[in-house]
Design a protein around this ligand. Structure first.
Ligand code: SF4
Length: 69
């Protein structure tokens, strides 16, 4: 097990300043791509982050406006 730091990582936002998207170490374009081995593939972690983002957005979205018939 190891930890890492990355010059492109905006830690509070967990955001990649290089790729301008969520930091997912090993994702396409990441400086670690092809240089590190991950237990869970980058593609799987990208899917999980996107799913979590959709769920957060749904949780904060206002309810739909209902019109009277
Ligand atoms: S995705 Fe890669 S390059 Fe971007 S911040 Fe994360 S570790 Fe660094």
């Amino acid at each position: 097990m190891s930890t890492f730091t990355c010059a492109h990582h905006d830690v509070p936002k967990d955001w990649c300043l290089l790729l301008k998207t969520d930091c997912v170490p090993g994702r396409p374009g990441c400086v670690l791509r092809g240089k590190s081995v991950f237990l869970v593939s980058a593609e799987e972690r990208i899917r999980e982050k996107e799913q979590a983002r959709r769920e957060r957005e749904l949780a904060i979205a206002p309810p739909p406006v209902r019109r009277r018939p």
